[in-house]
Design a protein around this ligand. Structure first.
Ligand SMILES: NC(=O)c1ccc[n+]([C@@H]2O[C@H](COP(=O)([O-])OP(=O)(O)OC[C@H]3O[C@@H](n4cnc5c(N)ncnc54)[C@H](OP(=O)(O)O)[C@@H]3O)[C@@H](O)[C@H]2O)c1
Length: 264
């Protein structure tokens, strides 16, 4: 191989997101907030979106420290009209979104238990946010992503790869999200890439009941080869990678970010 054929790697340029406009749902805390920080650190202008204006405003203030533009807008991802308005606001204030991270997700008490215990309301509540919410954002973002040649990242869960007891609504929503990712990848190729992350156990408000219960936390650590919960920013790094040109040949993929949990 001559020097001219050498696969010279542009580092950190391959991960540079300068000039990109990113929307992160559930960007106000936990994993989404860390992803918003990661994207801003890589140079993207970022709109962290959730239902709570004060939290969005606080995170937008944090992101401004990276010297990027931000935009304060809220949306309930379960409401298509709200989502469409939100994407129009971002497009108007920051420019057409080229990176969309569908991270908003819930797993409320009403959806925990065996099927005889969980009624349709609990099942719908989870799926309306975790799956239909991701669809709503993909729908609202489609034209923007096609114009910009962008990248969509869905945040599923190890519950999108394997079953988990007493969590069938959540598991169904996350398996659906993995499937949605694959279909979007086919429908949008080659212009737009769509990929998915499947985090294991991450220390956030969502898992406060687990991290706050030493017996449960220990059983999760025992089951996890890396022997600990993840920090939110350990999920943010692969999200930045998937959004960037460093992942230019990845589409339709789901990457487990689980400390080896699904390697067993
Ligand atoms: N933590 C884990 O161990 C873990 C593991 C695997 C996968 N995940 C997934 O990772 C994602 C983030 O989890 P997390 O642990 O960071 O959760 P979290 O700390 O509870 O944060 C959830 C975020 O989603 C927002 N949100 C909730 N419902 C929403 C709605 N209807 N519309 C818009 N935003 C909404 C919340 O803000 P508002 O309530 O203010 O709207 C918040 O910003 C979820 O999809 C979750 O399923 C988490």
């Amino acid at each position: 191989m001559s020097d001219d054929d050498a696969p010279r790697f542009d580092f950190p340029g391959a991960f540079d997101l300068s000039g990109e406009v990113a929307v992160v749902t559930g960007g106000s805390r936990g994993i989404g907030r860390a992803i918003a920080h990661g994207l801003a650190a890589a140079g993207a202008d970022v709109a962290p979106v959730s239902r709570t204006a004060a939290d969005v405003e606080r995170v937008a203030g944090e992101l401004a420290d990276y010297g990027v533009e931000t935009c304060v807008t809220t949306a309930d991802v379960a409401d298509q009209a709200d989502v469409t308005d939100c994407f129009e606001t971002v497009a108007g204030e920051l420019g057409q979104p080229s990176v969309v991270v569908n991270n908003a997700g819930i797993n409320p008490e009403a959806a925990l238990g065996t099927p005889d215990r969980v009624d349709a309301t609990g099942f719908d509540q989870v799926n309306d946010v975790n799956l239909r919410g991701a669809y709503a954002c993909a729908h609202a973002a489609a034209e923007h992503l096609e114009t910009t040649g962008g990248s969509l990242v869905n945040v599923a869960s190890v519950g999108g790869l394997v079953g988990l007891p007493r969590q069938h609504p959540y598991v169904a929503s996350k398996h659906g999200l993995v499937g949605l990712t694959r279909s979007l990848a086919l429908d949008w190729a080659p212009a737009v890439r769509a990929n998915c992350l499947a985090p294991g156990y991450v220390a956030t408000e969502l898992t406060a009941d687990l991290t706050g219960n030493e017996e449960l936390a220990a059983s999760i650590r025992d089951r996890t080869p890396l022997d600990r919960f993840a920090e939110p920013k350990e999920v943010a790094a692969p999200a930045v990678f998937l959004a960037s040109s460093a992942a230019s040949y990845l589409t339709g993929a789901t990457i487990a970010v689980d400390g080896g949990w699904t390697a067993r």
